[in-house]
Ligand binder design. Structure first.
Ligand code: NAP
Ligand code: ZN
Ligand code: ZN
Length: 346
């Protein structure tokens, strides 16, 4: 076992503390990564607060990991010591089901292994990236292209792929009108990616306080959802709406903004159920869908796309001692636009 320093919570509503965790010794297909940076995703907060399910503690969150390969197992061919790499939300899957074979490991029919808060095939409880080292099977390790910095690339491993995947699947591109609800970690990536794909992009934010930033990220238009006029003005106007809100929304209000055959894709993971009136769907053959992160091949494609198009996350680099206060700021929608932990401070 490899002893590793990490930051963990040891129960509901407990602050982060320094812990030592074990990483397994390298299996033949494993990669040992010196973690340099790890983003803070709102999913980490949902987990830590037990909003989705009962957690096992101590819990080390973090699934937006970038770092440098320190060592590889004897059968590893895809990565070598010194490589710049990343790890996202999954560290394994069955690799045999139809979905895995088709590059949709995130939808593995036997259930993929999440980077933290899951039990892996060795029977070990997985622990995430708020730590200094991690051991991951080579197939779930991504290559960070030269054009990307390791700190601002970290959020691409979750926020980037979670928005890129539905944008591609629902054909975002020239001639398409797309709206993004919520300008936080996922939302600001959705704006940058949809703009780079050539779509016309609107932001639907609670207020206009981040309008200047949203337009700088590539949005064409920016609206406040607190203003009732917004819903009248934008009725029947979008082909695709990506909802990144971490809490409940009034689905019917947003469905009314879709044009014929338009879709809302929900990537936000509200702990509370969402409800809708089916008549909001029927009239204009609208859809309400969901999407979960993205496959491994698609994640590499997204990283390469970001390097080619000069896309990075807007980050606030923090010391590991400031994770608790960063969580509070994310919860109050005061994130500009992703906190990233400098793991040398762990
Ligand atoms: P975030 O940085 O906190 O951004 C969420 C944004 O939603 C906020 O910045 C805010 O934007 C808006 N918002 C927050 N509370 C709201 C409320 N009560 N009403 C209306 N708008 C509100 O969070 P994130 O890291 O982007 O994650 C967003 C959600 O996606 C979380 O639930 C997370 O768990 C989930 N997620 C899902 C996947 C997936 O695979 N589907 C992957 C990663 C994360 P404005 O200030 O602009 O309104
Ligand atoms: Zn995430
Ligand atoms: Zn599978």
């Amino acid at each position: 076992m490899i002893k590793v320093k990490a930051r963990a919570v040891n129960g509901l509503n407990k602050p982060f503390e320094v812990v030592n965790i074990d990483r397994r010794d390298l299996e033949p297909s494993d990669v040992l990564i010196d973690i340099k940076y790890c983003g803070i995703c709102h999913s980490d907060i949902h987990h830590v607060k037990g909003e989705w399910k009962k957690e096992t503690y101590p819990l080390v969150p973090g699934h937006e990991i970038t770092g440098i390969v320190a060592e590889v197992g004897k059968d590893v061919t895809k990565h070598k010591a010194g490589d710049r790499v990343g790890v996202g939300c999954m560290v394994d899957s069955c690799r045999e089901c139809d979905n895995c074979k088709n590059g949709n490991e995130q939808y593995c029919l036997k259930g993929n292994t999440l980077t933290y808060g899951a039990v892996d095939k060795y029977g070990e409880f997985t622990q995430g990236g708020y730590s200094t080292k991690i051991v991951v099977d080579e197939d779930f390790v991504l290559r960070i292209p030269d054009g990307l910095e390791l700190d601002s690339a970290a959020p691409l491993l979750c926020a980037g792929i979670t928005t890129y995947s539905p944008l591609l699947h629902w054909h975002a591109g020239p001639g398409k009108k797309i709206a993004v609800i919520g300008l936080g970690g996922l939302g600001h990536m959705a704006v940058k990616l949809a703009h780079a794909l050539g779509a016309e992009v609107s932001v639907l934010s609670q207020t206009l306080s981040k309008q200047e930033d949203g337009l700088a990220f590539g949005a064409d238009k920016y609206y406040a959802t607190s203003n009732e006029e917004t819903f009248k003005e934008l009725k029947n106007s979008f082909d695709l709406i990506i909802n990144t809100v971490s809490a409940g929304i009034n689905v019917d209000d947003y469905l009314s903004l879709l044009s014929l055959d338009g879709s809302i894709v929900n990537v936000g993971a509200s702990p509370d159920p969402l409800s809708l009136n089916v008549f909001s769907l029927l009239g204009l053959r609208r859809s309400f869908a969901g999407s979960l992160i993205g496959g491994i091949k698609e994640t590499q494609q997204m990283l390469d796309f970001c390097a080619d198009n000069n896309i990075k996350a807007e980050i606030e680099l923090i010391n590991a001692n400031d994770i608790d206060s960063a969580y509070k700021r994310v919860e109050s929608s005061d994130v500009r636009y992703r906190f990233v932990i400098d793991t040398s401070t762990i």
